[in-house]
Design a protein around this ligand. Structure first.
Ligand code: T3D
Length: 255
């Protein structure tokens, strides 16, 4: 059972709550392995994952009192951070990061590798690394330029200032900033929507968008055609078309 996270599954939605609120949910070795295990182990009934934090922070990044991590940081990144990020990126269903409060350092990058990022308006996203003489890791130097372009990526990383959620939304760093009082319900509604959606189409979209970063147009068009053929053979496609013609909401099964 888990010590540093809370994990629950309800109505097709798996929720992972990072749960070390006294240290702003700083990541230690145990938390990394528990997040990895929880997300890579989700069952076939799960059609959406939500990752969030308990208390007033989302996650403050590496636990800076964990000196074992500092001693062999390269091994920790390879053996613990990378599997955690890959568990999210390779998850078969969409992963929502629900930024309930400050997201700093690797905690920011943990959120930014998710498919959909929703933040509460009072939260900030901080590439805090240079404050302590480090470089952004946990995928930050890969994801952030792709999300917001060179100028904003460089500004965020060199100045290490907090980006308020609303500005992050305007930049396209995240999907949405919601007023604090609407945050919890907004995240729940997004999760319900994805959990009731055409999961096969979502899975293919995740693959297509990630491959688009490396493919040229010709390869991407081929991949789209192949994946559209698969999607067109799904039950969800038959249901979607029938529902459209019958002027009723579609009931997707995820198959
Ligand atoms: O070393 C390696 O393995 C390399 C890997 C690096 C990856 C990284 O993530 S490096 C970046 C690490 N993270 C940071 O540098 C952020 C550190 N935290 C902060 O800058 C601030 O705490 C926040 C901006 C996140 C929040 O500020 P604030 O003022 O709202 O809260 P606070 O008072 O600073 O923090 C509350 C408590 O959490 C406090 O403990 P206390 O005084 O109540 O006993 C603070 O020490 C603790 N805390 C916050 N972040 C961390 C932490 N404890 C351990 N590690 C943390 N990262």
């Amino acid at each position: 059972s888990f010590e540093t996270i809370q994990f629950s599954v309800r109505d097709g939605i798996a929720t992972v709550v990072m749960n070390r609120p006294d240290v702003m949910n700083a990541l230690n070795s145990r938390m990394r392995s528990e997040i990895t295990a929880a997300i890579s182990g989700v069952g076939a009934e799960v059609r959406c994952v939500v990752l969030t934090g308990s208390g007033r922070a989302f996650c403050s990044g590496q636990d800076l009192t964990d000196f074992a991590a500092a001693a062999d940081v390269e091994a920790v990144l390879r053996d613990e951070y990378e599997p955690m990020l890959q568990a999210i990126v390779n998850c078969p269903v969409p992963v929502i990061a629900a930024i309930n409060g400050v997201a700093a350092g690797a905690g920011a990058n943990l959120a930014l590798c998710c498919d959909v990022v929703i933040a509460t308006e009072s939260a900030q996203i901080i590439e805090a690394f240079t404050r302590i003489g480090l470089i952004p890791d946990a995928g930050g130097t890969w994801f952030i330029p792709r999300l917001v372009g060179h100028a904003r990526a460089m500004g965020m990383m060199l100045f290490a200032e907090g980006v308020p959620a609303k500005q992050a939304e305007e930049w396209g760093l995240i999907w949405k900033a919601l007023p604090d009082e609407e945050f919890v319900e907004g995240v729940a509604a997004a999760a319900r929507k994805l959990a009731a959606g055409p999961s096969g189409a979502y899975r293919r979209i995740r693959t297509l968008v990630s491959q688009s970063l490396d493919n040229d147009l010709e390869d991407q068009l081929k991949l789209e055609a192949r994946m559209q053929k698969e999607a067109a053979n799904s039950r969800d496609f038959s249901e979607g078309v029938q529902a459209f013609l019958q002027k009723r909401p579609a009931q997707f099964s995820g198959r």
